[in-house]
Design a protein. Structure first.
Lengths: 270, 270
């Protein structure tokens, strides 16, 4: 295994870039190959079978780039396809859900944790499963928030409409008196300020992107495959299934490096 | 050509059912084979190349059902892929855009027409093109409304948030003093009441679904392929690329007949 091979990161679209941002911060010497499935976004309303098909195609594509490890930087894909991708893979795979659940379990004091995510992630019960494995006493309350992704993509990050919708979505979680809220979709860190305001200052927000980068570091070390480069990598590669130009503009607003090249590929061929 | 062969209707998802509803009303003796691309919805943010690829796959699938004509019941697919689908097809093809534009041109008195639609439809300039062909004097103002589809799918048809967002989207069109507004996306008839309230009673709303069914009737007659059945058809067929059960529930809320069977198919194979 080439220690300096890239890490493959994928998401249903642009949301996974919040995970890439954390990896770049915490692991500056690693090269990233990113794939965003912008042609078939969103995954959050799709069935398990469909998301598994898509994840398999993407892994097959990333393997052609000779990646040394795979990060599933999409909560929905992780919730629905992690087990299968891991089982079928001969290289290490990590997702965003387990690190997020771990951090939430460590953060809560009153044992009441809220999860906000897409319909498919909530329906899967994956966060409840991981959390009860870590601590059977914990109470988990999930809430699907299907309008957050379109609101983020429309750029209404601190808009009154986003505040109103967040108020409705978080109402039941506030009634449960949660003290920890997991941002269970990679788009949500982009409306973190609005969510903190609506949830109240007493609630700790957990961003799985941050925790995932930490877990990735541990996993690379455990497998002895961390890069031995000493310089910061800047020539990461980005691939999308549609709209490379639009993706590049968005990526440049949230990543600390210049995304110069992004390529469109036909993912259905894999 | 079998006069009693079915008519193929397709859309990116459930929106095209508003067109199906009109066809069932105006042409009760015709059998419909519907395909909704629920796995890859929405089309409104995708590139022309991708939408053309999807439309070709769908037409190929519908041909396996031996349809006698094709209705592109999706404004985005019609805006981006109509010419190619028509050129490559050996059976008649109609879309929703031309009938909608025709009705708008007939309706306006002050020559100022507003178009609300997805980003891709607005960017294509297709309504402007058809309208200026009919009447070069007409002024057309387009506005992309990307949040309407998720708001409709969330069921917020007359909600205060939908009213607020509609107020923002329609603001510039109101300033242009339009007297006619085209609902250029098949989801929008479902928020017709909210749009009428926000646009004001003096603005005529044009629903291309209604006009498309009228055009379909004329086209079948012109080609001598209208069905000679005398009974109302009830055994229409519905296919989707994902989530057949969810689709069926939605279809049963808006269609006048019972949708008993809906099948999932793998559209990428076509």
């Amino acid at each position: 295994m080439d220690k300096n091979a890239p890490i493959g990161v994928f998401d249903s679209g642009v949301g996974g870039l919040t995970v890439v941002r954390e990896i770049m911060k915490q692991l500056p010497n690693e090269r990233i190959v990113y794939f965003g499935d912008t042609a078939r976004v969103p995954y959050g309303s799709k069935s398990k079978e469909t998301v598994i098909t898509y994840a398999r195609q993407i892994v097959k594509f990333l393997k052609t780039k000779e990646v040394k490890a795979i990060v599933i930087a999409c909560n929905t894909a992780c919730a629905l396809a992690f087990d299968i991708v891991k089982e079928e893979s001969d290289i290490p795979v990590i997702g965003v859900v387990k690190p997020g659940a771990k951090a939430a379990a460590a953060s809560t004091k009153n044992g009441k944790i809220g999860i906000i995510a897409t319909e498919a992630t909530i329906r899967s019960g994956i966060y409840e499963e991981f959390l009860s494995q870590r601590n059977p006493e914990v109470q988990v309350h999930g809430k699907a928030c299907p309008l957050f992704v379109p609101l983020v993509e429309e750029g209404l990050l601190e808009d009154s409409v986003t505040v109103e919708i967040a108020g409705r979505y978080l109402q039941s979680l506030k009634e449960y008196n949660i003290d920890t809220l997991v941002l269970g979709c990679t788009h949500y860190p982009l409306i973190r300020d609005t969510l903190q305001k609506v949830a109240g200052e007493g609630v700790t927000l957990v961003n799985p992107a941050f925790e995932t980068a930490k877990s990735l570091k541990e996993m690379l070390e455990k497998n002895g495959i961390e890069s031995d480069r000493t310089e910061t990598v800047t020539d990461h590669k980005f691939f999308v299934s549609d709209g490379a130009e639009k993706f590049k503009v968005f990526a440049n607003t949230i990543l600390p490096c210049d995304v110069e090249q992004t390529k469109d590929i036909n993912i259905e061929q894999y």
